[in-house]
Design a binder for this molecule. Structure first.
Ligand code: ZN
Length: 403
């Protein structure tokens, strides 16, 4: 049992019980008591208040040998809402979710990220979704997924060539404008976290999420958690050097993976080879390949091969249990697949060659759900992997738990 002032002990116990139910619910009271080394009476008192407050409910019964079946407790999804938003250069996609990560509302707005007043406009677009609702009076915070590097400290300052944001304190500015916690992370990281919490990676401790499309991204889950590196920039897979003196990349260097296989590179080659007229997109190139144009098919096949070899490099270094390929570029997977697998097989270290590669069908809302997961995870992270901003989210939820 913890020692300290009675108030502090009660708050710590409540916080620990709430995190455990959020993280591992549905869970029985006896299991909570055992895991947190609390007395059954304390757990009963704490959870009774949470049930009365509408934050926790009995969701199921576990069979038990003899005696009464144990009641399993879980969070009440509708007790609180959070917002997840994926910001792209020309639009944003958002979802309002409940505590169970069920999507309550989905929206999309045109948004010009490089406009001088972009953050004011962003705050105006998001404000209506952050206000308390009749169906869910408590709003926890906004999670924002952005293409770029988000600093590893407070996760609020963004460096994104794609959005035209240079050392922009996005989180801080939006928090001031909206008056709610705002958590920011790289969009592929949020996608990987969503995969870990709610998706294919739920039971996989080591996996990679590779995204293709407008850019090439990577989210690394190691030992069940996101690997961020020393400065939050881990996962800049798109900028590994593939060829010497290759095409110019958005990052300023030449020959990056992204400059060879991302959509703009495919379109540029399509134009050079006279397959696309200026202004036509990768969709047109895909149509050509689908309709049997061999030169268009060659462009995708070359990209697939380069990507497969690059992913083999990741597999050799990180030895994941699973590689998920996601992003809007997966729409061209039928054109990429054969050469991707050939490239992967050729370049992978043989004992690691059996790693499964799965396509995670592209859905813009999935990115937004990942951003919402930034906020939801704050309700159940352990103190060890906590960020400062997680506390501001929990500070909104825990008074409710006190009943
Ligand atoms: Zn680059």
């Amino acid at each position: 049992m913890r020692k300290g002032s009675p108030h502090l002990v009660r708050d710590l116990n409540r916080s620990a019980v709430l995190r455990l139910i959020g993280r591992e619910g549905p869970i029985a009271r006896a299991e909570i008591a055992r895991r947190l080394r609390l007395s059954p009476a304390t757990v009963t008192a704490v959870t009774r208040r949470m049930i009365a407050a509408g934050l926790v409910k009995v969701v199921d019964q576990a069979p038990s040998r003899g005696g009464r079946p144990a009641l399993l407790l879980g969070l009440v999804g509708g007790a609180a809402n959070a917002l997840g938003v994926k910001v792209a250069a020309d639009h944003l996609v958002g979802v309002r979710v409940d505590l169970d990560a069920e999507v309550v509302e989905r929206f999309e707005h045109p948004f010009q990220a490089d406009h001088p007043d972009a953050l004011d406009r962003l705050a105006d677009l998001l404000r209506p979704y952050t206000e308390p609702r009749v169906d869910s009076p408590l709003f926890l915070g906004v999670g924002l997924g952005v293409p770029g590097v988000v600093d590893g400290g407070d996760h609020k300052t963004v460096e994104s060539p794609m959005l035209g944001w240079r050392s922009l304190p996005v989180g801080e500015i939006l928090e001031k404008r909206l008056g709610v916690p705002v958590l920011v992370d790289n969009d592929v990281n949020t996608l990987a976290v969503a995969g870990r919490l709610y998706g294919r990676g739920k039971d996989v401790d080591h996996f990679l999420t590779v995204t293709i499309g407008r850019g090439v991204g990577l989210g690394i889950i190691v030992g069940g958690d996101l690997y961020r590196g020393a400065h939050g920039g881990a996962g800049e897979f798109g900028h590994i050097a593939v060829v010497e003196d290759g095409p110019l990349c958005e990052c300023g260097k030449h020959g990056c993976l992204e400059a060879l296989v991302a959509d703009p590179a495919l379109v540029a080659r399509g134009e050079r080879e006279g397959l696309l007229r200026p202004g036509e997109t990768v969709h047109r190139l895909r149509e050509l390949a689908e309709s049997g144009d061999l030169r268009a098919a060659r462009i995708f096949a070359d990209a697939g091969s380069i990507l497969g070899r690059a992913v083999a490099g990741l597999v050799n270094v990180l030895s994941p249990e699973l590689v998920l390929i996601s992003g809007e570029g997966t729409q061209a997977w039928p054109q990429l697949s054969a050469s991707f697998h050939r490239g992967l097989t050729e370049a992978v270290f043989p004992p690691l060659g059996s790693v499964p590669v799965e396509i995670d069908p592209w859905d813009d809302a999935k990115w937004a759900l990942g951003a919402a997961a930034l906020v939801l995870r704050a309700t159940f992270v352990t103190p060890l992997d906590e960020r400062s901003s997680d506390h501001s989210v929990r500070a909104r939820l825990e008074p409710l738990a006190a009943g």
